[in-house]
Design a protein around this ligand. Structure first.
Ligand SMILES: N[C@@H](CCC(=O)N[C@@H](CS)C(=O)NCC(=O)O)C(=O)O
Length: 202
C-alpha cells in the first residue's frame, strides 16, 4: 500500500495518524508528494487522484483511493482498527465531528491559498473574514462538545487534533486557547500520544 502525503496537509495527517496507530509492521509506504496546491501540477498525484489532491492511496490490489474520509476508513478496515464506533449514536457523533473538522480544515486551507498564492492586489479580505467566522463558530461547537469526546480515539477526535494542529501551524497568531479552555486542555493531553507527535505539521 502506498500513501501520498505532504507534512503540512491536515487531511493527509488524518491518514498518517491512523497508519501510525495501526500499521505496526510498516506495510504502508509513505510517499512525500511535495507541495500540492490548486495551481500546481503533480503527475504522480494526478495518476492516483484525478482531482490532484492529497492524501491519495494506492492499495495492494491496485485500487486508487482518495479523500481522507475514504482513505482513513480503508486503513482502519485493512488493519482491523476500531476508529469507527459500531454503536449507532457513537458512530454518528464521531462522523459528525469528522465532518465539522474537515469543513474547518477546508476553510483554513482555502484562506491559506488566498493569502499565500493569490497576488496581494487580488486578495479578498471579505472572503478571508467570512471563512474565519465559520472556523470560529466551529471552534465554539467543539468547545461545548469536549465532554462528549470519546475516551478511545475515533476518527472524530483524530480530525479534531488535525484541525487544531493546522490552526496552530498556519495561524499561530490566532489566540483560540483563551476562549476555549476545555479544547485547549484536551489538545494538550492528546498531543502526548506518539501518533500525534510524529505527525505534527511542518
Ligand atoms: N476533501 C479532501 C481535501 C484534501 C485537500 O484539500 N488537500 C489539499 C492539501 S491540504 C490539496 O491537495 N490541495 C490541492 C488542491 O486543492 O488542488 C480530503 O479530505 O482528502
Amino acid at each position: 500500500m502506498k500513501l501520498l502525503f505532504a507534512t503540512p496537509s491536515p487531511f493527509a495527517r488524518k491518514a498518517l495518524i491512523l497508519v501510525h496507530e495501526l500499521d505496526s509492521d510498516s506495510q504502508v509506504e509513505l510517499v512525500p508528494s511535495g507541495a500540492i496546491t490548486p495551481v500546481s501540477n503533480n503527475d504522480d498525484v494526478n495518476s492516483v487522484n484525478p482531482l490532484g489532491m492529497i492524501p491519495a492511496l494506492v492499495t495492494d490490489d491496485g485500487q486508487h483511493l482518495f479523500d481522507s474520509t475514504v482513505i482513513c476508513e480503508y486503513v482502519n478496515d485493512h488493519f482491523g482498527g476500531s476508529f469507527y464506533p459500531t454503536d449507532h449514536a457513537a458512530k454518528y457523533q464521531s462522523l459528525k465531528l469528522q465532518s465539522l473538522c474537515d469543513g474547518m480544515m477546508d476553510l483554513m486551507v482555502a484562506v491559506r491559498y488566498e493569502t499565500a498564492l493569490r497576488p496581494a492586489e487580488l486578495q479578498w479580505q471579505t472572503f478571508i473574514d467570512h471563512q474565519f467566522e465559520k472556523v470560529d463558530r466551529g471552534l465554539a461547537v467543539l468547545e461545548s462538545s469536549v465532554p462528549q469526546f470519546s475516551e478511545t480515539l475515533t476518527i472524530g477526535e483524530v480530525a479534531v487534533a488535525c484541525a487544531l494542529g493546522y490552526l496552530d501551524f498556519r495561524y499561530a497568531d490566532k489566540d483560540w486557547r483563551t476562549q476555549h479552555p476545555a479544547l485547549t486542555a484536551w489538545l494538550a493531553q492528546i498531543q502526548q500520544r506518539d501518533s500525534i507527535q510524529r505527525t505534527l505539521p511542518t
